[in-house]
Design a protein around this ligand. Structure first.
Ligand code: HEM
Length: 471
């Protein structure tokens, strides 16, 4: 009897069902419909076939899984059989190289993750709280100034949140004051996100072909690399002004790390890639998270009123500190709900290393398992009226009623987001610090902001809001 290391045998295989396949009416293997609108295509596939189906855009074997049990199997329970040698990570590799986000070699991943993990524990994150509130205060000063200069007082906040997120992560992990360079990084990432987002929908021609848009991608990556070099080179040359307290930060840890096997350091190139992965991982998702949270709040006055009442009661006008977080209960529920309905990192994939059994279906080796949290977070079996914004979905009783893997904004299993505590703390502190004295208000007649499926789920055109002082 032939047997794979992950448990399908010739005997079990014969009783396994084949996964339903999207047919030619969607273009060859779903190629055209997927290119036009991937979210609608996948939602249509779920409506026709249920929680698991196959499709082959341009011949790439994909399997969408949309049930919490399937997600748990792929990301957590049988994660050893599902690696990151999947299509989406191949697409982002020219940008992220072999950094922590896409790395496939699990020994290398384990060493890197183990080394960085102590900088992301709740206790480590508590030491970044002052950076988070201080940067938000400075940002509020900039926004007030800019709003005064604008006749309507309206700002495009997505770009503003991007700069805030970058300043916070660089100050916290690398003791770097990136200042206005943040804008250049933000624009370069925006260009790369657009080009790679298009490529994910229709992966032709290959990225190695120097089309005008692929050359733009190359330039955008060069600009992101230059941003990282700005503070890594300064630290290497030992003459930086802003790293005075950087003795024990993550950058110095990476610089002095020694590979136990080879006895050598990680090498400057790898160091550079790890720093870039952290900048990208932290910046874009948090930017989308803040943008969607404030957009949703501006459209839901009852949630905003509750937020203001809580912030006033807990903070009494002062800036939040770490100990306040456990009492900012409604604040946290608003964030959880925003990350549900507009999950920033809304898609990921894993490659099935070997044939496997999943819920009675045969998963062929080499399948790209697609997990789409935009759709999973709307699964009607687990979410009532899923388009409704309702932070009370996250009361402890409601959370306990759902399977854990019905909600995965930070992923799950060994490759769960390393920055989860960092991000949740930052989002809550920015929200509370702003709500202490300000509101971001929807301009009269503002249309709904559409989600745009790129690598991340961006607000199309950014969120435009008016900054007002609270009365
Ligand atoms: C709202 C904010 C954030 C969201 C929604 C988010 C989401 C995610 C998700 C879903 C994954 C897993 C991807 C997969 O399994 O394929 C991930 C991984 C990762 N995230 Fe985040 N993230 C956020 C913030 C951050 C922050 C603040 C940092 C760093 C400071 C960060 C760094 C990373 C890294 C390095 C990985 C790869 C981890 C590994 O494979 O070991 N993220 N993130």
């Amino acid at each position: 009897m032939s047997e794979t290391s992950h448990g399908t045998t010739a005997g079990t295989r014969s009783r396994l069902r084949e996964i339903p396949t999207v047919t030619a009416r969607d273009g060859i293997g779903g190629t055209l419909a997927f290119k036009r609108d991937p979210l609608s295509f996948l939602a249509g596939g779920i409506a026709r076939h249920g929680d698991i189906f196959r499709f082959r855009p341009l011949g790439i074997p994909m399997v969408l899984v949309n049930h919490p049990d399937h997600v748990q199997h792929v990301l957590a329970d049988n994660s050893a059989n599902y690696d990151k040698d999947a299509f989406i990570f191949k697409a982002v590799r020219p940008m992220l190289r072999d950094g922590l986000i896409p790395v496939t070699d699990m020994d290398r991943w384990r060493r890197q993750r183990h080394m960085m993990a102590p900088h992301f524990t709740p206790r480590a994150v508590a030491s970044f709280v002052h950076n988070m509130t201080d940067e938000t205060e400075q940002a509020l000063g900039r926004w007030e100034e800019r709003a005064r200069a604008d006749a309507d007082g309206i700002l495009e906040f997505t770009e503003e949140f991007g700069q805030l997120a970058l300043r916070i992560v660089n100050r916290s992990l690398f003791s770097a004051a990136v200042g206005d360079a943040a804008l250049a990084f933000e624009r370069a990432f925006g260009a790369a996100n657009g080009i790679l987002g298009d490529f994910l929908r229709f992966p032709f021609p290959p990225l190695s072909v120097p089309t005008p848009s692929h050359r733009r991608l190359r330039r955008a990556i060069d600009d992101m690399d230059a941003f990282v070099s700005l503070f890594v080179d300064k630290r290497l040359s030992g003459n930086e002004e802003d790293g005075a307290d950087g003795g024990a930060d993550l950058l110095s840890l990476l610089l002095h790390s020694v590979d136990e096997e080879s006895g050598t350091g990680m090498g400057l190139e790898q160091l550079h890639h790890e720093v870039l992965n952290l900048c990208v991982g932290a910046f874009e998702t948090t930017t989308c998270g803040l943008s969607w949270t404030f957009d949703l709040l501006a459209r839901h006055p009852e949630a905003e009123e509750k937020l203001h009442a809580e912030v006033d009661a807990v903070l009494g006008g002062r800036l939040p500190v770490f100990e306040d977080l456990e009492r900012l209960v409604h604040t946290r529920r608003i964030i959880d709900e925003a990350l549900r309905i507009r999950s920033p990192a809304f898609q990921t994939m894993r490659r099935a290393r070997e044939e496997d059994e999943l819920a009675g279906f045969r998963v062929p080796a080499g399948s790209n398992m697609v997990i789409n949290s935009y759709l999973l977070h709307r699964h009607p079996d687990f979410w009532d009226d899923p388009e409704r914004f309702d932070p009370d979905r996250f009361t402890p009783e409601e959370v306990a009623r759902r399977p854990r893997h019905a909600y995965v904004p930070f992923g799950s299993g060994p490759r769960v987001c390393i920055g989860k505590h960092f991000a949740l703390t930052e989002l809550a502190l920015v929200l509370a610090s702003v709500a202490r004295g300000h509101r971001l208000v929807l301009p009269e007649g503002a249309p709904a902001v559409e989600p745009e499926a790129r690598i991340t789920l961006r607000p199309k055109g950014g969120v435009r809001l008016r900054l007002e002082r609270r009365r």
